[in-house]
Ligand binder design. Structure first.
Ligand code: URA
Length: 350
């Protein structure tokens, strides 16, 4: 691909949706590509020292409505890449600009060789204005593309202060995505669920395995137990994005059965790799599967909680799984006691 001389590409909304996964992969790779472009002396200031090869490419992609239905006209722009600011972990970038010039450009009418690689979408008068361009109600497909791009962009830039770790985690995630060791799980999974959160976390929370919601969304603890976990995290005066959340087993066991010993064993190198990269100060094991696997014990949660354990020099606190708490209101008090221990370790007054 000649990035110095990009040719505008006109794609339909459904093509854009199909290409979304590929685009996200490219975005991840862009992290690796960008790294050598950083001037070490200004490593916190991307600006002109940072050449993002994919933003120019994305600028050349113009999403147009399907002819068969009245899908809206939306010109997809790249995520707004800060050109002079230094993004920090707290700074979230603006979502991609969505603008829709009435006359979208056409691959046929656009100049073959725009003067520079950083040109804005090419304007043309060749195409008559589209009726009623609706920017507020993009088609479901395009909406999904935009949401995925926004999510990927936020993740990328929030993690700006440690791109190396982000890349290492993404490489590990690629291995998990390609893993087919557990034939029973591979058959039924929508996708493996790797883990999310702060890549320099003080606190890591490890659960059991994805449920139906997590399998669909690709993110741990997004269902009912996830909502309770969010409340627990908030009660600890933390935000979900301060913590890294992962599971012992990355793929959803069918019918939400417990993962088998073999499945836990197969996944072990993945969460071990994650913890090795994340280097948290405290690990919270949520429930029996996580605590037994991590601590290599057969003791139940009731006996493990109330003490500080250790995994490779990192403090480990065991508590009940949020889905157990949803069924057993009375256990919430004990989990709160466990979280107070965690807060103490982190030097935070409950
Ligand atoms: N239960 C888990 O253990 N992990 C999830 O991600 C969701 C529910």
């Amino acid at each position: 691909m000649d990035r110095s001389n990009p040719v505008p590409v006109q794609i339909s909304a459904s093509e854009a949706a199909q290409g979304a996964q590929q685009w996200l992969r490219m975005l991840a790779q862009a992290g690796a590509t960008m790294l050598p472009h950083l001037d070490q002396s200004v490593s916190n200031s991307p600006s002109e020292h940072w050449s993002d090869p994919w933003s120019d490419l994305w600028r050349q992609v113009i999403v147009v409505p399907e002819p068969s239905h009245s899908a809206p006209s939306v010109t997809a722009q790249p995520p707004a890449i800060p050109s002079s600011a230094s993004p920090t972990r707290q700074q979230e970038i603006q979502p991609p600009t969505r603008s829709s010039p009435a006359g979208s450009s056409s691959a046929h009418s656009a100049p073959k060789n725009p003067p520079t690689a950083s040109v804005a979408p090419v304007e043309t008068t060749a195409r008559p204005p589209l009726a009623e361009p609706s920017r507020t109600t993009p088609s479901p497909n395009l909406k999904s593309v935009i949401q995925q791009v926004e999510k990927a962009a936020l993740t990328t830039y929030r993690d700006w202060d440690d791109p190396t770790r982000v890349i290492q985690l993404r490489q590990l995630e690629e291995q998990v995505t390609a893993c087919t060791l557990c034939s029973d799980l591979v058959k039924f999974r929508t996708q493996p669920v790797f883990g999310v959160g702060n890549v320099r976390p003080r606190l890591v929370m490890i659960g059991e395995a994805p449920g139906v919601d997590e399998d669909r969304m690709g993110e741990p603890f997004v269902g009912a137990s996830g909502q309770l976990l969010d409340k627990i995290i908030a009660a600890m005066k933390l935000r979900r994005q301060d913590v890294y959340i992962l599971n012992t087993v990355k793929c959803r066991p069918p019918q939400n059965r417990n993962p088998t010993d073999t499945e836990c064993l197969n996944c072990r190198p993945y969460w071990e790799g994650q913890l090795e990269l994340l280097q948290p100060e405290v690990i919270v094991c949520l429930g029996a599967v996580a605590s037994k696997t991590l601590l290599q014990t057969t003791q139940p949660v009731g006996q493990l909680r109330g003490a500080i354990h250790e995994y490779r020099g990192v403090k480990v606190v065991v508590t009940y799984h949020p889905s157990y708490l949803l069924r057993t209101e009375s256990a919430k008090r004990q989990t709160w006691d466990d979280m107070k221990v965690v807060m103490n370790v982190l030097g935070q007054a409950p």
